[in-house]
Ligand binder design. Sequence first.
Ligand code: C5P
Length: 393
Amino acid sequence: MYLNGKRIVLGVCGGIAAYRVAELARMLMKQGAEVRCVMTEAACEFISPLTFEALTGEEVHRQLFDLTRERNMGHIQLARWADVVLVAPATANSIAKFAHGVADDLLTTLMQVCEAPVLLAPAMNASMWASEATKRNVKSLCSRGMHIIEPASGTLACGEQGQGRLAELQDIIDALVPLLASDELKGQTWVINAGPTVEAWDAVRILTNRASGKLGVAMAIHAAMMGASVTLVAGPGVELTPDWLERINIVSADEMLSACLQRAVHTDVFIGAAAVSDFRFAQSSNEKMKRGNMTHVDVRLLANPDIIAAVAAMPDRPRKVIAFAAETSDLIAHAKEKLARKHVDAIVANQTLNMGKDEMAGYWLTDKTESFIECMSKQAFAREIVMKIVEGK
Ligand code: C5P
């Protein structure tokens, strides 16, 4: 729920991509945002306002001269209400109107009075996007501080090829999120490791685990949304993250150790959410090993360095170091032992069966406190952890 309580005015203009924006509205709501739609007259030709009313549970704002709606929430109030205005699809016509200060309908008038950040997601025919007029208008809007997520390339609705398709919906949300960041953690640097590590035995065989890195990614996004500058050190297979989040991809525990030691110096918070492989192969090969007629192979494993303990032992260690403990039994006892042994400030104890899942429950443990966090989505759980770190609980 990265967009919890955030107020978004969604301006829908008249382009064929308007039908994809219905799904976008649903995705924003799912992230916890409050969405109010403003549709241009042309947009209503492409998709019914009823679709957006059903999805957002709110009346769609359409006309400037609608007295009832103006009384309930007029265009000025709507502009003031918004934490952000997202226009998708932004057509060449609307972009031109915004650029020249035309205010002849509700959306263009609202844009004139809006002081909230604005993100435009254009979609149009490739030649219109490439036209001098559109280029100049987009440039002028950018110079006034508006944000643009450029259209994607591919086959367009008109059958032509080129740049003009509405950007991917998740990319639009990723571009929107930083515009809604608060500044509570401004000036702070956080380093978070996440996901599995992979130890190679030969050219094809590996030693790894079931971690997905979902929780680490969610904590990184929450901290960044609160204004921290965050580095995610991610193991193989960790989901894609927004461009604005600094990410270092590693494979083995050794690589994760070097990246963490280098980046954690003098930081505010280090979170070790990664499921680091405790062991690596004593011997590995770049070639694929042949089975031949062997009946068995003896494999020797060596212990990997303990990354979080190494970070906590640095002379210029982070102000707070938070570990995770995934256990199959005696959750709290094992986690408390690790809290002391690894010299960390807090540890989140949870069951190993949470690995790879979308939900989890767990305990937040420090040397003084112990609290249970009930089962919830990993995004929500991540928020709880970030809040506990911020509030110094
Ligand atoms: O000892 P255990 O692996 O259960 O400890 C879990 C915590 O220690 C996690 O925070 C994990 O990221 C970290 N860890 C580490 N390096 C290792 C093993 C675990 O940083 N080699």
